[in-house]
Design a protein around this ligand. Structure first.
Ligand SMILES: *Cc1c(COP(=O)(O)O)cnc(C)c1O
Length: 437
């Protein structure tokens, strides 16, 4: 029996010492589908969606909406599942829009982000009936107006504002500060100027305001602080321009634990606190409570994902260090190489053996930086043919994967009720040369 504390409830260990995920034996799954392999736990996905949708129903005014940030992991089955759970969608590119179309998503609930939407992107999004554009500049407002006019329609827009909040997480995912490449700053007057313009453009309908202060947010009051800044901004716009926006989108970003020392976020409790804070702000400012939107990505998909790899070998340099090499790497998970992301890595076929060896888990790419995690505890017996699981890989792994070294991307297999189904097939060598003329 294993007494190991797991990073997520959907991980267990069976009597043979095999790691089970979503109640299924990872060793059998690796045999059946090959490695590297992305697994997704469908029940966990739905559970994560419902934490938000139920908290929204309880705490916010009708018409409030949870948007899944599809950049965290976008493939047809995933987007369809978010739709089935009553969520809208945040997309950032024609590719994500097209995936939503192909998934049969209700496009009126799709919100189009990006700090640079080309004219072609704007036309593409409108042609596919994208419900709302999240505009980030006056140039963009003009471009949306021109396309809407061409089509003889009105286009809903949210105006993205930077509330000037530092969310104290990694710099690279910290986007709500005044000097960000994203959004229009309140402090400089640029946000208000954009609202003035949007109110004047006849084919635009302002749905409200958007902000996003960062990702992997654990800080207790980050959303309250940004909501307060945004509600004060909305009240000021009502006072100066006579326009009260019906919707406030607070962006994404609740953190998830990757290693046991990370701690957890009680999202339902936090949302209730945000709602209480919004109610009291609205009362103080004398404005009606807006519909609220949030855009979770990571906290929907991260712990629903797990990646399996086969070990090629153990290399020990006496007096220095050891490496365990696997059959994937930065091509399917670039997050350690990009910003030193932490992960819990487990010997999936030897869970009951003592882990007395410390080794870096490294990929097969031709880069010294191709590391999945440093200083991982492994059984001393680990070697060629063993199986390694990297946990909590549902977010920003498949969506950031590449074909570096012409490695085919792994398949995504969905797990539910003891069954497994391929949602994205493994890339083939033919796929890799399919674009070469
Ligand atoms: C990345 C991003 C999200 C999702 O962030 P998570 O940390 O994955 O929840 C939501 N909204 C915007 C605008 C983003 O850039």
């Amino acid at each position: 029996m294993s007494t190991e504390t797991m990073i997520c409830e959907n991980l267990t260990v069976d009597a043979r010492g095999h790691l089970n995920f979503a109640g299924q034996d990872t060793v059998s799954l690796a045999k059946e589908y090959g490695t590297p392999l992305y697994l997704m736990d469908e029940d966990r996905l739905r559970h994560n969606c419902r934490i938000y949708t139920e908290a929204f129903r309880k705490n916010f005014v009708p018409g409030s909406l949870v948007l899944y940030a599809s950049k965290a992991n976008a493939f047809k089955r995933m987007l369809a599942l978010a739709g089935e759970e009553g969520m809208g969608l945040d997309v950032v590119s024609p590719g994500e829009i097209y995936t939503a179309v192909k998934a049969g998503f209700d496009m009126s609930k799709v919100y189009f982000h990006s700090n640079n939407k080309t004219d072609a992107d704007v036309a593409f999004a409108m042609a596919h009936g994208v419900g709302c554009f999240v505009a980030e500049s006056e140039e963009e407002l003009y471009a949306i107006e021109a396309e809407a006019k061409n089509r003889g329609k009105h286009q809903r827009v949210l105006i993205r504002v930077t509330p000037g909040i530092d969310c104290h997480s990694y710099e690279a995912v910290n986007t709500g500060k005044v000097d960000s490449k994203f959004g229009l700053a309140i402090e400089t007057g640029q946000a208000e100027a954009a609202v003035r313009l949007a109110l004047d453009l006849p084919h635009l309908e302002i749905e409200g305001f958007h902000c996003h202060v960062g990702s992997q947010v654990f800080g207790e009051d980050v959303f309250q602080r940004s909501a307060t800044v945004m509600l004060e901004f909305m009240a000021r716009i009502r006072n100066t321009l006579g326009y009260l926006a019906p919707t406030l989108n607070l962006g994404g970003g609740y953190g998830v634990p990757y290693v046991l020392s990370d701690g957890t976020v009680d999202i339902a409790a936090r949302i209730a606190e945000v709602a209480a804070s919004i109610r009291s702000d609205c009362a103080r400012l004398g404005i009606r409570e807006p519909r609220i939107q949030m855009e979770p990505g990571r906290s929907i998909v991260a712990d629903a994902g797990l990646t399996l790899y086969t070990v090629g070998g153990l290399k020990t340099i006496p007096g220095y260090k050891s490496y365990v090499s696997i059959d994937g790497g930065m091509s399917d998970n670039p997050r350690f190489a990009l910003y030193g992301a932490r992960y819990t890595c487990l010997p999936a076929d030897k869970m009951l053996e003592e882990r007395t060896l410390t080794a870096d888990l490294v990929g097969r790419c031709c880069e010294s930086g191709d590391v999945i995690q440093e200083a991982v505890p492994f059984p001393a017996s680990i070697g060629r043919g063993d199986l390694v699981a990297v946990c909590t890989t549902g977010a920003y792994n498949y969506s950031m994967a590449s074909n570096y070294n012409r490695l085919p991307r792994p398949p995504i297999v969905m797990l539910h009720g003891g069954e497994s189904t391929v949602a994205v097939r493994r890339e083939t060598l033919e796929d890799l040369v399919a674009l070469d003329l």
